[in-house]
Design a protein around this ligand. Structure first.
Ligand SMILES: [Zn+2]
Length: 311
């Protein structure tokens, strides 16, 4: 079976790591945008949405979110202000958003930001939605985010996977003790995904891709590594969180690095409580992995992210 071309009514706005991809689904009666990027890029999200090949001068009726992380919901409030559109969030995220639980949403807890908004509708896993003239199944995809959903269109065999599956892996899973429910959920989600017939994946980050079997294989092997070594999961989370924060901050004075780690609760929770490290030790691990890994570089007294393109 040859992979389908993207249906003309589906337009993917590929972004970067700070902003998740946005997916525009144009229908006869309704135009819908899935995910809206990071708050500090909300105006750019709007410009990309309004390009002629995307929405142009058309109207946006609804925003849907795959899950409640800052790189997916950050532009909701701004886009809604412009279009007066409705916002629909997965049922598992509704409580966090309604109470604006900044810890549960990984906002100030993780040194991230989003503009507060309120949802108008709840998306229930198991529902079928017609978006862009295509029928999509809403499927629960817990793990990276326990309330996340993916959207699956069986006829064109397209999966909008959010952070549940990327070309290389999936969104970080918070370290846990005991039964490790998030890691178990990640496995169940990957197993559920592996039962779907998928010809094209539109991931939350990275370009759409067709090698579904390969992506699942890579995701399972990453998961196995995390399952075998909880400390590795934790170190990975520290690294991902700090790299993301640096994208958001743009740069951080070297002298601010340790105070930043000390005042941002997630580093204490993962690094100190989970891994038993002091803040200085967390800093050393981060620098070793990120600077050696060429994710972060040092320039004139600042830490800056490497090779970040603005989309
Ligand atoms: Zn996420």
């Amino acid at each position: 079976m040859s992979p389908p071309a993207l249906p003309p009514q589906v337009h993917v706005i590929v972004r970067d790591w700070l902003c998740a991809n946005s997916i525009l689904l144009r229908g006869a009666d309704e135009n819908v945008l899935i995910d809206t990027g990071y708050v500090t890029r909300a105006q750019r999200t709007l410009e990309l949405l309004q390009q002629p090949q995307a929405l142009g001068s058309g109207h946006l009726h609804r925003i849907l979110n795959t899950h409640g992380h800052s790189d997916h919901i950050g532009g909701n409030a701004h886009v809604q202000r412009i279009y007066g559109c409705r916002i629909a969030v997965p049922a598992g995220e509704a409580g966090l958003i309604e109470t604006w639980d900044t810890r549960g949403l990984w906002l100030d807890y993780a040194g991230q930001e989003a503009e507060r908004f309120m949802y108008d509708e709840i998306i229930e896993p198991g529902a079928t939605l017609t978006l862009g003239e295509v029928e999509w199944l809403v499927m629960a995809a817990p793990g990276h985010d326990m309330g996340a959903v993916v959207f699956y269109a069986p006829a064109p065999r397209i999966l909008i996977s959010g952070d549940a599956l990327w070309y290389n892996g999936f969104g970080m899973v918070m370290p846990e003790t005991g039964e490790r429910p998030a890691l178990r959920a990640t496995r169940a989600t990957l197993e559920m995904l592996s039962r779907l017939e998928v010809a094209l994946v539109i991931p939350g980050h990275g370009r759409p891709f067709t090698d579904y079997a390969g992506a699942l294989e890579r995701a399972f092997s990453r998961l196995e590594a995390f399952e075998a070594d909880p400390a590795r999961t934790a170190r990975h989370c520290l690294k991902v969180m700090f790299a993301f924060s640096l994208l958001h901050l743009g740069r951080l004075p070297e002298g601010e690095f340790i105070p930043y780690l000390a005042r941002t609760p997630i580093y204490g929770d993962i690094g100190t409580r989970f891994l038993g490290l002091s803040t200085d030790e967390i800093g050393k691990i981060l620098l070793r992995e990120l600077v050696d890994g060429k994710v972060v570089t040092q320039q004139e007294g600042f830490f800056v992210p490497v090779n970040v393109r603005e989309h």
